[in-house]
Structure formats: C-alpha cells, structure tokens
Design a protein around this ligand. Sequence first.
Ligand SMILES: Cc1cc2nc3c(=O)[nH]c(=O)nc-3n(C[C@H](O)[C@H](O)[C@H](O)COP(=O)(O)OP(=O)(O)OC[C@H]3O[C@@H](n4cnc5c(N)ncnc54)[C@H](O)[C@@H]3O)c2cc1C
Length: 496
Amino acid sequence: MTSTSAPDSYDVVILGGGVAGCVLAARLSEDPARSVCLVEAGRDYGPQGAAWPRKVLDARSLPRDDVWERHTAVHRIRARILGGSSCINGCWNTWGTQADHAEWERAGGGRWSAPAMERYRLAAAEQMRLRAVPDREFSAWSSGALAAARELGYAEVDMGTSGAPGYGTPLINAFGGLRRNAAFAYLDPARSRPNLTIVGGAHADRLKVRSGRVDGVDIDVDGGRVTLIADTYLVACGTYGSPAVLMRSGIGPAAHLREHGIRPEVDLPGVGANLADQPGVFVPLAPTEELNAALAGKEAHDELYVSRMLVRAASEYCPAGSWDLHILPIAGPPLFGKLPPGQYEAGISSFLMKPVSRGRVRLRSADHTEPLDIRPGFFSDPGGRDLAVVRSGLRIVEEMAGTAALGHLVHPLGTHPAQLTDEEIRDRAGTYWHPVGTCSMGTRDDPLAVVDGVGRVHGVSNLRVADASVLPTVPAANTQLPVLAAAELLADAVRD
Ligand SMILES: Cc1cc2nc3c(=O)[nH]c(=O)nc-3n(C[C@H](O)[C@H](O)[C@H](O)COP(=O)(O)OP(=O)(O)OC[C@H]3O[C@@H](n4cnc5c(N)ncnc54)[C@H](O)[C@@H]3O)c2cc1C
C-alpha cells in the first residue's frame, strides 16, 4: 500500500484484524480470484516466530502492552494488535447453551441454530488446534478444584459443547505455556497468498457513505492518510471499535451523531446500544504453604497455568437444564500486579453469564484518536436480577471454599461473600471480558437491530459487520470460540 493520492482497490476490505478479522481474511482469501485487504490498527509482528515478544505469547498472564489504553478501568481493556484479543486473553474456550442459540436464531435466522453452527464450531476448534488439558498440566489447585466440584455433587461435562450444568476443563489454545493466537492459526497459512494484503499500524477512521453505499474508507497509516476502495467492506473492530467506526461514518443514533457534528447518513439507534458483558466477583483465599510450594514447583518446570477448570452452575433464576453462572477457581501468579517469588494468588469468582443489564458505547467526539465513552451498565437492571444471580454464585463459592478437597490448599474463608450488600457487589465487580451486542443482528422491525443474520448493515448495501458486536446476547460461555465460529459463519455468507 502507498500513501499516494491514488486509492488502492480490493474486492473486500476488512477493518480490524482481531479474532474475527483473522478468520474473515483467511477464509475470504482462499479464493485466489478475490483480493482481500486486512487493516489493523495495532502492530503486525509477522508470522509466528522470534519477532513476537515473549510477554505477548506467555499464556500464564494477560499482557497489557498492545492495548488501546494502558492505564484504564479493567472493563475497557481490549487488544490493539494483529490477532486482536486472542493475543492478550486467557486461552480458554467454552461453548454456551441451547438457549443461547435460540436467542441468536430469533435474531438472525436458522443458520444460528446449534446444529447449523456445529460445522463452524468444529472448523474453528480445528484451526485453533484447541485441546483438552493433559493431566500433567494440572496444578495441585486445579486438581483440588476438580475434586471439590465432585464433592459438591456436580457431574463432569464437556465444556466445548452445549449440554448440562456441571464441572469440567475448558479447551485451550496454548502449547508449552505459549498462546496460539488467531493470527498464527488463521493468517500464517494465508500470508503468502498474493491476493491477501495485511496492513498493520493502520487506524480506520471513517467510511464514506453516500446514498446507502460505501465508496471508500479513510485510514491513517505510516503518518499519512489513504483511502481504500472495495466492492464489500467488512467491519470487524470488535464490540467497542465497530460501533465507533460506524458512528464516525454517519451510521448510528442520529441525535448523538449530530451532537458531534457528524452528518447522519443512516439513523440506526442500535449502533453502540445493547452492550452486554459478564461481570463477576472474585473472592480471595489465602494459600497454605502446601499450595505455594506446589505452585512454585510447577512454575519452575514452566508448567504452571493459572487455572484449568470451572463449574457451569445454575442460579434459582435459570431455566432447568441450563446454566447462568461460571464458578471459576484460580491460583497462580496474580493477573495484575506482582507478589514476592514463591507466593501466589488464589480465589474463586462468581461470574454472571446471562446479564439482563445493558450498557452502551458512544463517541466522545468525531476524532477517531479520542478514547470512547464506554458504559458497561453492570447491574443496571431495575429488578436487581443480575445482583441476585451473582449472589447465588457467591453461595456456591462459599461451599466450594469449604470443601475437604480445597481445605489443605487454602485457609478457611472467615467471611460470608454471599452476604455482601448490593453496593459491595457493585464495588467489587470485575469483568470476564466478553462484551458483545453493540451492532446487534435482528430483523428490520427490531428498532435496535443494526445488521441482519449475515452481517449486512440495515440501510447500507455493501457494508457488513462481522465480529462479537453482532451477537445480540452474550452466550453462557467465554466468547473467543463463539466469535471464531460466528466469523466462520459470516465469512461463509459473504462467499455465498
Ligand atoms: C483481557 C481479556 C481476556 C479474555 N479472555 C478470554 C478467554 O480466556 N476465553 C475467551 O473465550 N475469550 C476471552 N476474551 C474475549 C475474546 O478475546 C473476545 O471475545 C474476542 O477477541 C472478540 O473478537 P473480535 O474479533 O470481536 O474483537 P477483537 O479480538 O478485540 O479484535 C478487534 C480488532 O480490531 C482492531 N481495531 C479496532 N478499531 C480499529 C480501527 N478503527 N481500525 C483498525 N483496527 C481496529 C483492534 O485493534 C483489534 O485487533 C478475553 C478478552 C480480553 C480483553
């Protein structure tokens, strides 16, 4: 790409080289006759190899270098790097419930049903080389937590598929303690294709929308500005980034756009609305000497993973046979901050998987370099149901902490987290980092729908959104695998 005045043209331009963007670029460039350009604001460290900083690859931490904002509230953390948040995440992969599919099917049609999505789930799992955790990788903590779940009467389940509540181990995309991110999995096999152009360090500002069509996208790259032209434009900038690109382009809630001097081209009130994420409360537990020693031994052999088990649990609000909580025991180096050598953090979280509350993403100004106004809206549902579900999970946390299986690994709790007040839960809430919904799919008569079931933006003929933002509801799962599968589905739809 050059920064001359002549625009570069492609069949498809993809904005955002994250989890979904990598899938889209790889799948759409399989046809040598289709020219594809992938545009990513963050760095492209190239194919898997020495150029990738060890810190970005270390699957035992959540790296914070290649992100949009360095010192910020935890819910705002999002990657700015080719490979997207798969380069900074926990490498856990799970799947949601049949009810999640029913919700998506109502919004997007039959291709979002569980049977129809199965081939995409399988394709994503294969490409990422998702694997079960071998026994030797379990720490004393993870083994103890598995025994604790059994002690509480939970059945073992397969975390990689829909099914019943129970305990199990998520599928992981880490090997020898190193992350296999979506750029390695999807782009490395495609990089040598002459019809695929990958541009790192390229910040998409706005699409030029005229009379219901896009006729170019303005990008900042190498200190200059270029305009790319394509037949089809795919926006995959993630749940925070995609609505921002749309709004800067005049697609969004008209009054909000006018406030920032942006001329509305298509009035879509759903752009940036309906933000759904999964808050949770972490209950710290004091590790015994036995646990610290066991974890230090594992760490010395480079085998220490933060945790490799979880419980899918049901609160009293959950439909029978489903789950609305993840109970997540962890013990290892602290995710944020540092402890002296040989000491570790331990604790159990209660995560709300099916929030009723909704937040929103808005612009602070028309300037694309300005941070976004992101309000997660945690626990904002007037009925207080989300607080009640988290509290229900905290009762399970108390039970788990009190099991014989964990009794020799952590000191007794001494408090009653389930008795936390609403304010205390709000103050202590963190996030599981699974935001979705800000360019939600839905039918034309749905006032908050932004795209249809194949990602086409309502009112703009050659523009699609294809990432986590199109999911109208968050699944009762970690979102990486669902987003990979959704992107496989949406790539297929573009090829149709
Ligand atoms: C800290 C953290 C931990 C997580 N842990 C897990 C986990 O263990 N398991 C799990 O299943 N999920 C996890 N997730 C969630 C998972 O990573 C996301 O669901 C997934 O990455 C969403 O994919 P996406 O393509 O929608 O967005 P992303 O992967 O975030 O990609 C969006 C990309 O678009 C780029 N972009 C944005 N705006 C622009 C622009 N204007 N121009 C150009 N490029 C732009 C960004 O730089 C980014 O690379 C975690 C997320 C985070 C942040």
